[in-house]
Design a protein around this ligand. Structure first.
Ligand code: DQA
Length: 144
């Protein structure tokens, strides 16, 4: 089984970026924890972060070709803006979980709308970096 973790813009700055909202772990540290958990679940894990909408779309298309079974995506700011990224996920029809580190519902009104949530198998928000691990656990269960 193959899981792709996708992270959108500015998430390469985790650890440095607004730690009160996003915590102190770097993206590399989160990915390392995900890799350890993937081993436990006997899942193959791929990770891709990009600040570019086009690159994220291309990676989703690739996932369709490489037989990815499940996607965990934190679209970051594209959550609230990107019809194109939504359409890419709809096109490949790979089930996905939407993840947000912060509780987007506690923040500015423009963060309350997501272009992804109605297509997602589930949404995790506000539980910090641990949300990624919970997402992987759920994905492993859903792929059984
Ligand atoms: C985020 C929430 C988004 O509103 C924001 O633009 C991000 C990160 C989160 O993980 O909490 O970049 O997706």
């Amino acid at each position: 089984r193959r899981v792709l973790v996708l992270n959108g813009p500015n998430l390469n700055m985790l650890g440095v970026r607004e730690p009160d909202k996003y915590g102190h772990l770097s993206l590399d540290e989160i990915v390392e924890q995900l890799e350890n958990l993937a081993d436990v679940y006997h899942v193959r894990l791929d990770h891709f972060q990009s600040n570019s909408e086009a690159e994220l779309i291309e990676r989703i298309h690739e996932a369709w070709k490489d037989g990815t079974d499940f996607i965990l995506i934190n679209p970051a700011a594209f959550t609230h803006t990107s019809v194109a990224l939504r359409d890419a996920l709809a096109a490949v029809r790979i089930p996905f979980i939407e993840i947000h580190i912060s509780n987007v519902y506690q923040r500015e009104p423009f963060r309350k709308h997501s272009y992804f949530s109605d297509l997602a198998q589930g949404v995790i928000a506000g539980l910090g970096p641990q949300g990624y691990l919970l997402g992987l656990q759920a994905a492993a269960e859903l792929m059984k």
